[in-house]
Design a protein around this ligand. Sequence first.
Ligand SMILES: [Zn+2]
Length: 215
Amino acid sequence: MSRPASLPLACRVCGADHDGSTAPIACVACGAVLPVHPQVSPFALLGLARPRFHVDDSALDRAWLERSRRVHPDRFARKSDAERRCAAEQVAALNDAKRALSVPYDRALWLVQRAGVPLATLGPAWLTELMELRERAEGDDADKQRVIDEARARFAERLATLDAVLGPLDDIDDAYATPSAALRRAAALLAELKTLARLVDDLGGGKLIATLDER
Ligand SMILES: [Zn+2]
């Protein structure tokens, strides 16, 4: 299994070198808490050696909790400014990692972007389909509910397709390192998922993507 490229990371207290790609917490030489390399993957921060689409949510939660305890600001209250800043960096990076990985849509988005695949624009056929859905929703409440149900069903169907496209890549070395037909297909599905989620949200049908408002 190939490892991610190493990322040079120096301890801010004693200067000892570390590999930032493995998201180390403490300096092997002096024990001080380390800064976070800006390019470290959220997967490494949450204990996974390499990026993947299928994750065990409870394992991610446990890794987040265990690591958050080790870098909790209270533990560094009497330490130097440098160490307190490093601990704060670790906390922020952990929270960002958890946010990036806990929603399947966001996880897929991260994998697609990491591979350098541009986000897809919506095709004309899909835009027409979407416009037709919006028009039908302008009728009475029953019409609106039918459109919400239909958009939810299409969202579920595309999410299942995304799962079928990305799932097999998890077992292939470096599948998320460079663009591929599968990742471009995933980018197109993500664009459709986002517009369906927006439509349902606009019609008062709830949030199909928990982090939709941040997107
Ligand atoms: Zn050190």
